[in-house]
Design a protein around this ligand. Structure first.
Ligand SMILES: [Zn+2]
Length: 239
């Protein structure tokens, strides 16, 4: 019974877990008629009945950008990787030509709708540990694009527990009770900054809160003449 190299089973499971609703319309495993006609392909089982390639559908709206994934996998240079083909590019693993560098791919199919992954044969290709680079590394804290910039991460070793707690409290004030999902229920799901952006043009009081009591001269006496944002920024950047 033909089977997939184990490392590809692991990769498929990781991708499916990361994007459970992705399209699989251009997915492929064992060689179909088209591959067989071409003669040589890692999709064709070898003498031991193992095939060494899988295709993964490009479906960014479904949660899987196959070409961004290809960039990450190529950069990781896992020893199990033989080569990748993605959007008119081919790139090799550590044992191939110019490892980790995309080269132009002149094959008949540019691979716009899927990324092809070939793994090495033998025991190494059956290595079943998880692949790095399947999903993009998360940014901490995660922020909705276009709402607020992430708060710079403090060097925690240099902060006292009190400073650390104060920073956490400020983060909550700015982003809401769950920093991984920015927004306050009282502000209609907005972050503090987004709520101020809505209200500022039409509220003198909000402008005063943000800028200080003297019109045309931003700053608060209590904050040694700083605006609220500048005062918070100084605290955040303090090492
Ligand atoms: Zn393929």
């Amino acid at each position: 019974m033909p089977r997939s190299a184990r490392s590809l089973d692991v990769l498929l499971a990781q991708i499916n877990a990361a994007a459970p609703h992705r399209s699989k319309v251009s997915d492929g495993g064992i060689a179909d008629a088209r591959h067989l006609a071409a003669g040589t392909s890692d999709h064709i089982p070898d003498a031991t009945g193992v095939f060494h390639a899988r295709d993964f559908t490009h479906d960014p709206t479904g949660g899987f950008d196959a070409h961004a994934f290809a960039d990450r996998l190529l950069a990781e240079q896992d020893p199990r990787l033989k080569y990748l083909i993605s959007r008119g590019r081919i790139g090799s693993g550590p044992a191939g030509p110019r490892p980790g560098v995309w080269r132009r791919y002149d094959g008949e199919n540019r691979h716009d709708h899927h990324t092809h992954v070939s793994v090495v044969s033998g025991a190494r290709g059956d290595g079943a540990r998880a692949w790095a680079g399947v999903v993009a590394a998360p940014t901490k804290p995660s922020i909705r694009p276009g709402t607020t910039r992430p708060i710079p991460e403090g060097d925690e070793d240099d902060m006292t527990p009190e400073q650390d707690a104060r920073l956490k409290a400020i983060e909550v004030q700015l982003l809401g009770p769950d920093p991984s999902k920015p927004g306050w229920p009282q502000l209609g799901g907005r972050t503090l900054v987004d709520a101020l952006a809505v209200v500022l043009p039409r509220s003198e009081e909000a402008a005063v809160q943000l800028l200080g009591p003297v019109k045309g001269k931003p700053g608060w006496p209590q904050l040694r003449g700083r605006t609220l944002v500048d005062a918070v920024a100084e605290l955040l950047n303090r090492k």
